[in-house]
Design a binder for this molecule. Structure first.
Ligand SMILES: *[C@@H]1O[C@H](CO)[C@@H](O)[C@H](O)[C@H]1NC(C)=O
Ligand SMILES: *[C@@H]1O[C@H](CO)[C@@H](O)[C@H](O)[C@H]1NC(C)=O
Ligand SMILES: *[C@@H]1O[C@H](CO)[C@@H](O)[C@H](O)[C@H]1NC(C)=O
Length: 328
């Protein structure tokens, strides 16, 4: 009984709200700016609901592009126009300030700056917000409670940047309002507008293959699970009802269509592959677990071979026989 329950518990995500979303849920905007010299830079902007991209900014930070029909959330066109211009002003001012600080040798070309800013909600309420800036991949400054905090490791450069760029109370009020009011309101509206998409259930497909040989006399069994949504999934190699502790689970990787892919591998001695099976549990399967047996996989291969080879021979014979009859 416990054996049956444990995998189920593993499939159910930790905290879940009434709508079935994994909590807390976050929305973040990511900006990546590469500065090559004082006249050449490249900016990329994107918006993310958890690990799903929902927005992008046009080439070199143009206008906001909505990647899903529901990416507008519940905001009106006026609200979007206001946000669009707020972001544009931010991008322009940020880039001007960075170039200015470079001429004051706070930064040195070429370099990269990254910003991540957003909020988290839990049970329909704001549970946290963040605004962090990195220089060359390391923490540079962050924003907390209406103040700019230089990262301790970033030294004087970060202190000067905080003093100069985020000195105005107005800026701080705007950022604070965006993070603590606009962001959670938008996020909750987005979850509502995208409900049908975000709560869909897509069944995985699973198949087995042999991986690159790990050594003489050993096999690497690979169980592929692809096309499932949502992300939580349970995949194990089993012998009968016994979990194989050697199961190696890869990272869950995104498919282009927004579903997920995972592979689980197991290294075994060649003689021990019989009776092994790959088990897949996923919420979309509603308890109808997928179980694939390695020996069936092998014997399926043999069956195909046993059917196809004689068939091919037959076709070749027939072709030869026809040629003889027709051309002589
Ligand atoms: C800035 O960098 C770009 C791209 O590397 C280059 O084409 C351009 O000539 C540079 N401009 C100056 C003023 O160095
Ligand atoms: C933010 O500031 C308020 C008042 O200035 C204070 O009560 C609160 O504890 C601060 N929060 C954090 C996380 O520093
Ligand atoms: C596989 O299972 C069968 C029947 O349950 C058993 O007779 C056989 O010994 C098992 N083979 C291996 C390699 O465990």
């Amino acid at each position: 009984m416990l054996f049956l329950l444990l995998p189920l518990l593993a499939v159910l995500p930790g905290g879940e709200n009434a709508d079935g979303f994994k909590e807390p849920v976050s929305f973040r905007v990511i900006q990546i700016s590469s500065f090559y010299n004082h006249s050449w830079e490249r900016n990329l902007g994107s918006g993310w609901l958890g690990d799903l991209q929902t927005h992008t900014w046009g080439k070199n930070i143009g206008t906001i592009i909505f990647l899903w029909p529901w990416s507008r959330g519940t905001f009106s066109d006026e609200e979007w126009m206001e946000l669009d211009s707020l972001f544009r002003i931010h991008f322009i001012r940020f880039s001007e300030a960075v170039h200015r600080y470079t001429s004051e040798s706070v930064f040195e070309y070429p370099f990269e700056m990254q910003i991540t800013a957003g909020c988290e909600v839990y049970s329909g309420k704001l549970s946290g917000s963040f605004f962090r800036v990195a220089y060359q991949g390391s923490d540079f400054i962050s924003f907390q409670n209406k103040s700019c905090l230089p990262s301790p490791l970033a030294g004087n450069a970060a202190k000067r940047f905080c003093k100069g760029f985020y000195q105005y109370q107005l800026d701080k009020e705007v950022i604070h309002h965006l993070l603590s009011d606009t962001c959670p309101r938008f996020l909750l509206g987005l979850l509502d507008a995208g409900k049908a998409h975000l709560q869909r259930q897509v069944k995985p497909e699973a198949w087995l293959s042999r991986g690159p040989s790990p050594g003489p006399g050993h096999l690497l069994l690979v169980c592929h699970v692809s096309g499932f949504y949502p992300k939580p999934v349970w995949v194990r190699w089993m012998r009968g009802e016994q979990e194989q502790p050697g199961t190696q689970r890869g990272d869950i990787l995104p498919n282009a269509d927004g579903t997920w892919y995972l592979q689980a591998t197991l290294e075994v001695a060649a003689g021990e592959a019989a009776n092994l099976s790959c088990w897949v549990k996923h919420s979309s399967l509603e308890g109808q677990d997928i179980v694939l047996y390695w020996e069936h996989h092998i014997s399926m291969g043999l069956i195909i071979l046993a059917v196809i080879v004689p068939l091919l021979l037959l076709i070749v014979c027939l072709a030869l026989w026809f040629r003889k009859r027709c051309f002589h």
